[in-house]
Design a protein around this ligand. Structure first.
Ligand code: PTJ
Length: 247
């Protein structure tokens, strides 16, 4: 048994552990209540995918690592679900790629912004952006448009996990290279991404970090080749086929 009252031998142990993290996130004021619904949606897709990183997701994770290493100003956007599910993994990815961390919420409140920033600092983050709120993403209504001018505002590559479709599209529209992590290959977020990663955030982030460490000494030509070899449409089609059992 662990801090969660579920025996490790339970066949749904991993999935119950993630539910527990989201519930705890709501209790701590990190995750929104809508985050519970988002988790349920993700869980259903993950179940159909076989709760594994499929080969096309691994290729996307390698391409994501190459994009982050090539970037001049990479930023990882953190919402209430990401902070609850994978705070340490998020901080590690930022360290491995030189990316900044920015709290960016769909249901934005100052209190949740601060709780999430503090939670990331507890997990080793040195600087957490998002609280300046002096930039805007055009084409979105008030709260959801708010970003840091010095963070997502001027980023060239943004990691947007578990993002709402509108905002993912708006970021793509202003020319950001978007790495979207979303278990639903049919979502507008995944479809507007330069690199759609159809994998659970708890597997995706550590795997991008592993690829980034492996590629740390790669030269620009090698990174370019990894980026160019990745085909987002083929990756989305492979994920959909895996979900439909056509693998
Ligand atoms: O913390 P906030 O206020 O920014 O709100 C965050 C949520 C997630 C509530 C908000 O962005 C939202 O409502 O998102 P959606 O529109 O429900 O989309 C979430 C997407 O993430 C869905 O397509 C889910 O399938 C997917 N998803 C959920 N859990 C995971 C996931 N993808 C990867 N890993 C997961 N663990």
């Amino acid at each position: 048994m662990t801090d969660v009252d579920v025996p490790e031998s339970h066949p749904r142990y991993e999935s119950l552990l993630l539910r527990h993290r989201i519930e705890a996130g709501v209790e701590k004021g990190i995750t929104s209540e809508q985050g519970l619904i988002a988790q349920g949606r993700g869980e259903a897709f993950d179940y159909l995918l076989g709760e594994r990183t499929i080969p096309s997701a691994d290729a996307a994770e390698r391409a994501a690592a190459a994009h982050l290493l090539r970037a001049e100003r990479p930023v990882i956007s953190v919402n209430g679900n990401v902070a609850a599910l994978a705070p340490g993994e998020t901080v590690e990815l930022a360290e491995a790629t030189g990316a900044d961390l920015e709290v960016n919420l769909f249901n934005r409140t100052e209190e949740r912004m601060e709780h999430i920033a503090a939670h990331l600092r507890e997990h080793g983050a040195e600087e957490v952006l998002g609280l300046e709120a002096d930039g805007r993403v055009p084409g979105l209504d008030h709260e959801r448009a708010t970003v840091d001018a010095d963070g997502i505002g001027r980023a060239d590559v943004v990691v947007v996990p578990l993002e709402d479709g509108d905002r993912a599209e708006a970021l793509a529209e202003i020319g950001k290279t978007e790495i979207v992590v979303d278990l639903n290959p049919l979502s507008r977020s995944a479809r507007s991404a330069t690199v759609p990663v159809v994998d659970n955030i708890v597997r995706a982030l550590p795997n991008v970090t592993d690829h980034a460490r492996e590629l740390a000494d790669a030269d620009a030509a090698e990174l370019d080749a990894v980026v160019e070899a990745f085909d987002p449409e083929a990756a989305l089609a492979a994920a959909e086929a895996a979900i439909r059992g056509q693998r």
